[in-house]
Design a protein around this ligand. Structure first.
Ligand code: XUL
Ligand code: CO
Length: 441
């Protein structure tokens, strides 16, 4: 089990950029980490992270059948030795992919403690291992998080649980994970409220649960300042699954929640493609809205399946969709502390070690192509010029006066009446714009 990690993937050299003519499937054809695009290198723009949970903790099960992957580090007798063997394989994958970041939940990386004291001990032991590996490899932590949804104590929620002792346990777990994230130099801390919602309103007091959730986040924000953790907290919206309804439904709902509980100074969002679809939105909708509201933080990159109504977490390969997403990310100024976390899992039949490599390589190249397309579109002003032209009237003196609050309803109405306004509709030019996007891919 503690065999050198390279044996799992074979003795491979790190995957390198070889250009679009390359024939080796384990090469980057578009992702050239040092290539400068729109003023930054590709690596700086994309800030890729490999996630621990799907790539190293998921055994390949589904509701109808168990493990298919038979990973050696999941079969052993000493949980801490297994966690260390897993870390060896994980850092070997980061090295092979040449990605700059990783992400993890407390219980992905360390054996889950039977109580909080044991949890703290186990996380600290894995932090010792991670600290060395970070030092040796230069791979950094994009974000850490606590799993407040798998253990049965959390079946009725963590912060929103009807039992304050579950809230207290969750507080203990988040403190450990947040402090570990700070210790490892993490750039952000994520909170996904997987069970912060309800199964049935018949047993639910929504007002209480929202107040508990608001207070919990405020306590996390207070603690972040107390320990001097500089990164933002990121809420990850999702409308449902595992619960019937989750309070962090989508970007718009999260914004309202943050405003109500006065958390906007400390919290942004981590947007995931498949969660956006489940909420009935497109991925680019959620990114555009988060930018408009000033709460864009980071991305969990993956894709759903249009024919399935659940969170399939497939590797993102749709260059067309990603181009529109990158268009909005770049237009908003790009990532600061955030990045692109591969919250994606290979399919249950993808049982070869190489499948993990192909999944990441394909998706990294899809993102690189999308970045190049989006940068070219912004340069040519493919969408920005028509958008600006569409709203140009608002840049005039009268439009600006209205927006600045210098006109009352009656004043606007009086002028419209006096001037006999008869505004004429204009084309939205949707098909022209769709063609322009298609020609940019
Ligand atoms: C679940 C999901 C999580 C979060 C982290 O749908 O996306 O993996 O990203 O807890
Ligand atoms: Co996610």
């Amino acid at each position: 089990m503690n065999a050198p990690a390279t044996r799992f993937f074979g003795a491979l050299e790190p995957i390198r950029f070889q250009g679009t003519d390359a024939t080796d499937p384990l090469s980057y054809r578009w992702y050239d980490k040092n290539r400068v695009v729109a003023g930054r290198t590709m690596a700086e723009h994309l800030r890729f992270a490999v996630c621990y949970w799907h790539s190293f903790c998921w055994p390949g099960g589904d509701p109808f059948g168990g493990e298919t992957f038979l990973r050696p580090w999941m079969h052993g007798v000493d949980p801490m030795e297994m966690a260390k063997a897993k870390a060896d394989v994980a850092f070997d994958l980061f090295r092979l992919l040449d990605v700059p970041f990783f992400t993890f939940h407390d219980v992905d990386a360390a054996p889950e403690g039977a109580n909080l004291a044991e949890q703290a001990k186990n996380v600290a032991a894995i932090c010792d291992v991670f600290e060395k590996k970070i030092e040796e490899t230069g791979v950094k932590l994009l974000w850490g998080t606590a799993n407040l949804f798998s253990h049965r104590r959390y079946m009725a929620g963590a912060a929103t649980n009807p039992d304050p002792e579950v809230f207290a346990y969750a507080a203990g777990q988040v403190r450990i994970a947040l402090e570990a994230t700070k210790r490892l130099g993490g750039a952000n801390y994520v909170l996904w409220g997987g069970r912060e919602g309800y199964e049935t309103l018949l047993n639910t007091d929504m007002k209480r649960e929202l107040d508990q959730f608001g207070r919990f986040l405020a306590m996390v924000a207070e603690h972040k300042h107390k320990i001097g953790f500089d990164g933002p907290l990121l809420i990850e919206p999702k409308p449902r699954e595992p619960t019937k309804h989750q309070y962090d439904f989508d970007v718009a709902t999260v914004y309202g929640f943050l405003e109500r509980y006065d958390l906007l100074a400390d919290v942004k969002v981590n947007i995931e493609q498949n969660h956006a679809l489940l909420a009935g939105h497109s991925f680019e909708h959620e990114v555009m809205l988060a930018n408009a509201l000033g709460i864009f933080g980071s991305i969990d990159i993956n894709r759903g399946d249009a024919l399935l109504g659940w969170d399939t977490d497939q590797f993102a390969m749709d260059v067309g969709e990603l181009t529109l997403v990158f268009h909005e990310i770049l237009k908003g100024g790009g990532f600061t502390t955030g990045g692109m976390n591969f919250d994606a899992k290979i399919r249950r039949q993808s049982i070869d070690p190489a499948d993990l490599l192909h999944a990441h390589v394909g998706s990294i190249d899809a993102c690189a192509r999308a970045l190049l397309n989006a940068a070219a579109m912004l340069e040519k002003r493919t969408l920005t010029a028509p958008r600006e032209a569409r709203y140009a009237g608002w840049d005039g003196a009268e439009g600006q006066a209205i927006l600045a609050g210098k006109r009352s309803l009656a004043e606007v109405a009086d002028r419209a009446t006096a001037e006999g306004l008869d505004p004429q509709p204009r084309s939205g030019r949707q098909e022209f714009l769709e063609g322009e996007v298609m020609r940019s891919l």
